[in-house]
Design a protein around this ligand. Structure first.
Ligand code: FAD
Length: 417
């Protein structure tokens, strides 16, 4: 038996929930079909459960955080900005607060508070959220869409695909949306893991796992030639490198590339060496490890990194010969790592690729292939940097998709009429 709705939204992540909130109400019959037993499973683990929902600053500064997709994301981001987002939650008694890096979080630092508020808003607008209902098929019928799940069949004038990407598949984002979009005539840009940590060949710093270097300069080399220079926080893991500077740039890295990390804040080995010499009279009696501590290198990292230079960490600094000092200066201004591989979808915080942007209107998020079909969030070929840019995209695109549907519903009659 068919059940009729004005709008069926496939996927109850942030994009689907924001779309719903913006088209429900005023008597519209809106239903969300969610594959998992509960909505928003991925939202709950964002920002390690604290939900870095967006970033502070003028929205025009956001555009640079979406690579070559800046033009496409602009109408959505301007249509529902980071300030709109903050106001939306503040009006419902959930204040946002920024950390030192400009990342915005709910004041409670609980992603669950964000999700609960969105679900409450859906309930208040009379939206049905049907869980354990993975959508298996979607097709067209005159005046709308036919959507099939294992349990039921739905007809809707408008359909929205907000099934997310393929990263962290355990959260429900397993790429189903690509097949659904393709069935309605859409092309898919090959999905690939984005925002991934990097596994390093012959990694020697596993004992440094958990250490983070703020504002670290990272040189990116291919075939001996520098092809990039990044700056940001780097985190050492059990198998390699992570942290914002690595995650944000992982899209440019190939296996076999070399990364050279400045473990101290000097641009060249020569500068660092000159500074070491200048400080010899003050720090001469310290151990080499402790001298590195003066430059902000954590003990454990100093010990492990020195090992690869052959310099004993407890060597008294004044006894270090010139050649060894120069080796240390070179090593700590460009500590080399060879990339073994980039992380898989299981480790990726986002998905590159997705529903091709040329087939979607960036102003409304409506399909150019099928009238009444909309997309929002990570299912489309947009991925942002770390720092709240992916949630802002999911929310802004969901919001303008919902508003566009609401406008069309005002104009046209629903399938029930
Ligand atoms: C560990 C981790 C931490 C992150 N932290 C941050 C952060 O702090 N800030 C930030 O900006 N971004 C963060 N992200 C990225 C962010 O979570 C995503 O970009 C965002 O959730 C995308 O929203 P979405 O609604 O498009 O998709 P999703 O959140 O993936 O939601 C899609 C929903 O669709 C459902 N679904 C899938 N297939 C079907 C189907 N066939 N039928 C019905 N339902 C279906 C899924 O079960 C899921 O509930 C993080 C990601 C990860 C993995």
């Amino acid at each position: 038996m068919n059940e009729d709705f004005d709008v069926v939204i496939i996927g109850a992540g942030p994009a689907g929930l924001f779309c719903t909130i913006n088209c429900a109400g005023n008597g519209a019959r809106v239903c969300i079909l969610e594959k998992n037993a509960r909505p928003g499973k991925k939202l709950l683990i964002t920002g390690s459960g604290q939900c870095n929902i967006t970033h502070e600053g003028p929205v025009k500064e956001f555009l640079a955080h979406y690579g070559d997709k800046a033009n496409f994301v602009k109408p959505a981001l301007y249509g529902f900005t980071n300030e709109d987002l903050t106001r939306f939650f503040a009006a419902r008694n959930l204040q946002m607060t920024a950390d030192d890096n400009g990342k915005l979080f709910p004041e409670s630092r609980r992603a669950a508070d964000v999700l609960n508020m969105l679900l409450e808003e859906c309930r208040a607008k009379g939206v049905e959220i049907r869980t354990d209902e993975p959508v298996q098929e979607i097709g067209k019928f005159p005046g709308g869409f036919l959507i099939r799940t294992e349990k039921s069949q739905y007809r809707a004038r408008f359909a929205v695909i907000t099934t997310g990407g393929k990263s962290y598949p355990g959260t429900g984002s397993t790429g189903d949306g690509y097949g659904l979009a393709a069935a309605l005539g859409h092309s898919i840009a090959e999905p690939a893991p984005a925002l991934v940590p990097l596994a390093i060949e012959d990694y020697r710093l596993s004992r440094c796992s958990g250490i983070s270097l703020p504002g670290c300069a990272v040189g990116h080399y291919r075939n001996g030639k520098r092809i990039g220079l990044w700056k940001g926080d780097v985190l050492f893991t059990h198998t390699g490198l992570s942290g914002p500077a690595i995650l944000d740039n992982s899209r440019y890295v190939l296996p076999g590339d070399e990364l050279k990390l400045a473990l101290v804040a000097f641009e060249s080995a020569g500068d660092f060496d000159r500074d070491l010499v200048a400080r010899l009279s003050v720090h001469g009696r310290k151990t080499v490890k402790n001298v590195l501590g003066v430059y902000g290198v954590p003990d454990r990292l100093a010990v492990e990194a020195l090992e690869s230079t052959g310099i004993a960490p407890d060597t008294v600094f004044s006894r270090l010969d010139r050649e060894s000092r120069k080796i240390m200066a070179r090593s700590f201004t460009g500590f080399p790592f060879r990339v073994r591989r980039a992380g898989s979808f299981n480790e990726a915080m986002a998905t590159r690729g997705g529903v091709a942007l040329v087939e979607i209107s960036g102003r409304t998020m409506e399909s150019k292939k099928a009238d009444g079909l909309f997309f929002a969030g990570e299912v489309v070929d947009v991925d942002g940097d770390t720092g709240g840019y992916n949630l802002q995209w999911a929310i802004s695109s969901g919001c303008i998709a919902g508003r566009s549907i609401a406008r069309l519903m005002d104009k046209k009659s629903s399938v029930r009429d």
